[in-house]
Design a protein around this ligand. Sequence first.
Ligand code: FES
Ligand code: FE2
Length: 460
Amino acid sequence: MADSDHKPGDARARGETIARILASDAQLAPAPLTTEAYRFLGDTDLPASRYTCQAFFQQELSKMWSRCWQWACREEHLPEVGDHYVYDIGPYSVIVTRVANDEIKAFINSCTHRGTRLLGEEGVGHGQGFNCPFHGWSWHLNGVLKDVPGRWDFPHVCEASHSLQPVACESWQGFVFINLDPDASPLHEQLDVLPDHFAHFPLDQRRIRLHVQKVLPANWKAAQEAFMEAYHNFTTHDSPTGGNAQYDIFGPHASRFIHTIGHYSPESLADYPGDKWRAPPLTEQELLAGIPVTQRPWQTVRPPARQALNCYARRWAASWGSIFRRCRTAKCSTRSNITSFPTRFSFPAVLISMAYRFRPLGDDVDSCLFEILMLEPLAEGAKHPDPPEPVLLGVDQSYTEIEELAWLGAVYDQDTSNLQLQQQGLKTTRKGVTLGNYQEARIRRFHLTLDNYLAGADCE
Ligand code: FES
Ligand SMILES: [Fe+2]
């Protein structure tokens, strides 16, 4: 069929589809991987001002960030009663604290007397209650007003009126979410398909092995959109992977792409002439020896990669416990990333399981904080160890300075290398942002959902 015969959004890269590749596996791929959920969502340009305009940014803060569920920390940050985590988003600040062995609560990080911020820097801390440094008001761990110095002057103050302001708080798979909206819908509505997709990847049975934070010189949306498509792989990563990636839009808050290790689209190979990507397949031993730290899997893994990776998963199962025994070939040989609006990326994968978060820094429209959590399986029955301190990289530092990132360090450098130029270009362009109908559909869905929040509409 000629391209002109396609309806918008129907065209695909040449070659095998992900669905056909998975169907050719000896083992049946699990349902979340075989689901396809693409819809054409329009092809008009997005105004560049969405990434650069301070007024638009303020609208996001007051109408979106104040109303949606967002991951604040991991439960492993709060192992003991009295542990707390301060989470900042734009101008808002929230205290998340463990008030009982089985209960976590969240409060606005502000004194109910004259508004002073109660706890300082973002991150972990511990205490059996909260005290204001200004006039000494105090609260119990559960947020109930405890003491008001000079009580005689405040007959109009009581527990009901001046306890800490509660914030909606729920946990899912070890992640603690907060929602600043006093009328927030339950978290599961926003999680959409995630519980199904992670049914066999219980992230609460993982620990943070590495936490990296880096300030990126770009609007928070532009930064995360660089991770929503594999279209950039050819140029940014000099890699032929992702040419035949599958893109799925599950709902207003959830989307993903999948590509496979070991299958390249002919589209990609046409763009990469010569033998660079056509070397003989590695042996299973070479694959096992090389994955995951010493080589870049997408450059080296070819059929019979799936078989080899399955062996790898079995080897992990032996050392890490039962969660990997349920992994099938398809899960081991595909790479997918799934986003939940507005800011969370996760990867249901055996080889690499990360969580990403992109959020604004203060009220700066031109920068954001990008965080990477490397999640490692806990040995069966093991307790979570203390999470590592975040490693903070400056704007000009390279991810390769972090040894534990191994080959991924160079990849993150590549992924973030275009952002400053893009942010600068968005400020001078006279046209809008143009999106591919299929490969960049997740970005379009993201902006439609953002528009729903800005309009104050239900996000359906
Ligand atoms: S502002 Fe907090 S006690 Fe006065
Ligand atoms: Fe990338």
